[in-house]
Design a binder for this molecule. Structure first.
Ligand code: MN
Length: 210
C-alpha cells in the first residue's frame, strides 16, 4: 500500500497553460472579460475535471474498489478533450495586425490552395462548419498523414466526431461560453471576428513541424 501511495503522489497532473498574450490583446474582437472568463474559468474547469477523474481512478485502485468505467471514461474523454482543444486554441490566435489575421503563409497556404482551390473557399467551408455545430463544439483543421491532405473536422462537445490521431492544426471554439459576453447569441459575428485574430504563422508551423 505504501509503495502505491508514493507512486501516486509523484504522478503528473494536467496544468492550465498561461495565455500566450495579455487578456486584452485580442480586443476589439475578443474582450478582456470574455477571454479571461474563458481561459481562467472554463479551461480551468476541464483541467480540474480531468485531474479529478484521474484521482478517482487512482483512489479506487489503491482501495481495490470497483469503478464505473463507462461513466468515468466518458467524463475523462470530455475533460481531456476540453483541455487539449483549449490548449491548441489560445496560440491559434494573436493580436490583430501583430501576427493575427490576414491570410495563410508558407506550406499551409500551398496545401489550402491545393485542397480547396482558394483561401476563400476554405474560409467559407470552415465558417460553415463552425456555424453549423449543433449545440456546443468546435471547428478544426486537421492533417491526415495517410492521404497527406488537410481536412476540416466538426467536433461536438470536446470529443465527439473526432478523427482519431489526426494532427490538429487550428481550432475555433464555438461553445457559447467562448463568445456570449461579447456577442450574446450571435455565433456568426464571433466567427467573423475570429478571422481577424488567426495566427497563421503558428498554424503553418504546426503543419511544417509534423
Ligand atoms: Mn471553450
Amino acid at each position: 500500500m505504501a509503495v502505491q501511495k508514493m507512486a501516486t503522489a509523484s504522478l503528473k497532473r494536467y496544468e492550465l497553460p498561461p495565455l500566450p498574450y495579455a487578456p486584452d490583446a485580442l480586443e476589439p474582437y475578443i474582450s478582456k472579460e470574455q477571454l479571461s472568463l474563458h481561459h481562467d474559468k472554463h479551461h480551468q474547469a476541464y483541467v480540474t475535471g480531468a485531474n479529478a477523474n484521474l484521482e478517482k481512478l487512482e483512489k479506487a485502485r489503491q482501495e481495490g474498489a470497483e469503478i464505473d468505467m463507462k461513466a468515468l471514461l466518458k467524463e475523462l474523454s470530455f475533460n481531456i478533450g476540453g483541455h487539449v482543444l483549449h490548449t491548441l486554441f489560445w496560440p491559434t490566435m494573436a493580436p490583430a495586425g501583430k501576427g493575427g489575421g490576414g491570410a495563410p503563409k508558407g506550406a499551409l497556404a500551398d496545401r489550402i490552395e491545393q485542397e480547396w482551390g482558394s483561401f476563400d473557399r476554405f474560409k467559407a467551408e470552415f465558417t460553415k462548419t463552425a456555424a453549423s455545430v449543433e449545440g456546443s463544439g468546435w471547428a478544426a483543421l486537421a492533417y491526415d498523414s495517410m492521404t497527406a491532405r488537410p481536412v476540416i473536422m466538426q467536433i461536438e462537445k470536446h470529443n465527439n466526431n473526432v478523427y482519431p490521431s489526426l494532427k490538429i492544426l487550428m481550432v475555433l471554439d464555438v461553445w457559447e461560453h467562448a463568445y456570449y459576453v461579447d456577442y450574446k447569441n450571435n455565433r456568426g459575428q464571433f466567427i467573423d471576428a475570429f478571422w481577424n485574430v488567426v495566427n497563421w504563422d503558428a498554424v503553418n508551423k504546426r503543419l511544417e513541424n509534423l
